[in-house]
Design a protein around this ligand. Structure first.
Ligand SMILES: Nc1ncnc2c1ncn2[C@@H]1O[C@H](COP(=O)(O)OP(=O)(O)OP(=O)(O)O)[C@@H](O)[C@H]1O
Ligand SMILES: [Mg+2]
Length: 328
């Protein structure tokens, strides 16, 4: 049984104009110790999906359907006591903005100690808490842990703050770490260091990670399996190498082509058109308005997921050979 299994998840947001139908029945899973990547343009619903797993969706969100199974139990229907156990011991998430999760008016020491205390079942002495904090800061490759502990967030660089966030996340991430564009707000060399550090940590701890990143070149070497999202749907998934070598969904093909090539073969063009409005999304395939291969059926029906090669799936009618598609 996978560690996490998301089934037909539908999430919307209430806004002044009506209901934004963002996640349109997405399915995905994460195995134990697996490194999974999610890619897709801005606003396609990546963060929404992750916040649903952590049960931290905004107040105006609407859960319209679906399940998120953890070890067979639906996270979305757990009571607070059951879910608190998961937050304290199993899952953690780090965000794009390294400052967002840190409180500016407290030192790192105060915040870190609180998290360690919150996550422990036993009463810990101050020395034990301190020891644990230092050990985790070292794992996050922060030199001089004492100085870091005495700092306020504003006294640390962006890269250091993100390492502190990683150290704090490790208190609870005993099974799953969700990293939502953890390096995007930092400069490129620091982003690279942060991703390498995450890889090393999750492999050493033998935990799972879901990594969201716009840096396709990096994610390619980081994750075992990848999901491609477009406008609240998963359009393609499979082992990373297969998806990059042999992208099947027209959206994935365009997305991979729009990455600047280091060989400098001209300027990438980006994908023409824009993500459709979530107020009135297309009825069939949500990519239909931008797809160079759009057919009549694409406007009418939601494409099922077809297995295009072993363990590699694409939700696109181009791969319909008369049989019904298989839903993962
Ligand atoms: N609280 C909210 N209220 C209304 N709309 C929201 C809310 N949160 C997110 N959205 C909208 O939902 C859509 C998906 O947002 P989400 O943040 O999940 O996308 P994303 O794929 O993470 O994008 P990015 O790559 O920019 O982080 C966007 O159109 C966004 O504007
Ligand atoms: Mg996001």
């Amino acid at each position: 049984m996978p560690l996490i299994q998301v089934k037909d998840l539908r999430v919307g947001y209430n806004v002044y104009e009506g209901l934004l139908k963002v996640l349109d029945g997405i399915n995905f899973f994460v195995e134990r110790k697996e490194k999974v990547g999610i890619i897709g343009e801005s606003a396609c619903g990546k963060t929404t999906a992750m916040k649903a797993i952590m049960r931290i969706l905004a107040k105006n969100s609407v859960l319209m359907g679906g399940k998120i199974l953890y070890d067979g139990n639906d996270i979305l229907r757990m009571n607070d006591t059951q879910f608190t156990e998961i937050r304290r011991k199993k899952f953690s998430m780090i965000f794009q903005d390294p400052s967002a999760a840190l409180n500016p008016v407290f030192t790192i020491r105060q915040q870190f100690y609180d998290i360690i205390r919150y996550s422990s079942n036993q009463r810990m002495t101050k020395d034990m808490i301190h020891e644990r904090a230092v050990e985790l800061l070292k794992q996050a490759a922060l030199p001089e842990p004492e100085r870091i502990l005495d700092s306020y967030p504003f006294q640390l660089s962006g890269g250091m703050k993100q390492r502190v966030n990683i150290a704090m996340a490790l208190v609870s991430a005993n099974e799953l770490l969700i990293a939502d564009e953890p390096g995007t707000a930092l400069d490129v060399t620091i982003e690279d260091q942060i991703l390498r550090l995450l890889k090393k940590i999750v492999e050493e701890r033998r935990i799972s990670i879901i990594l969201i990143s716009h840096a396709l070149g990096t994610i390619k070497h980081f994750v075992d399996r990848i999901y491609v999202m477009y406008a609240g749907t998963i359009v393609e998934s499979g082992p990373t190498e297969k998806v990059f070598k042999n992208p099947k969904h027209p959206y994935t093909q365009l997305l991979i082509d729009s990455v600047p090539k280091l060989t400098g073969e001209g300027v990438p063009e980006g994908i023409p058109g824009i993500v459709p409005s979530y107020l009135n999304p297309p009825h069939g395939c949500r990519f239909v308005t931008r797809c160079p291969y759009a057919m009549q059926v694409c406007k009418e029906k939601v494409p099922p997921s077809y297995e295009v090669e072993q363990l590699h799936y694409a939700s696109c009618f181009l791969y319909d050979n008369g049989e019904n598609g298989k839903d993962e």
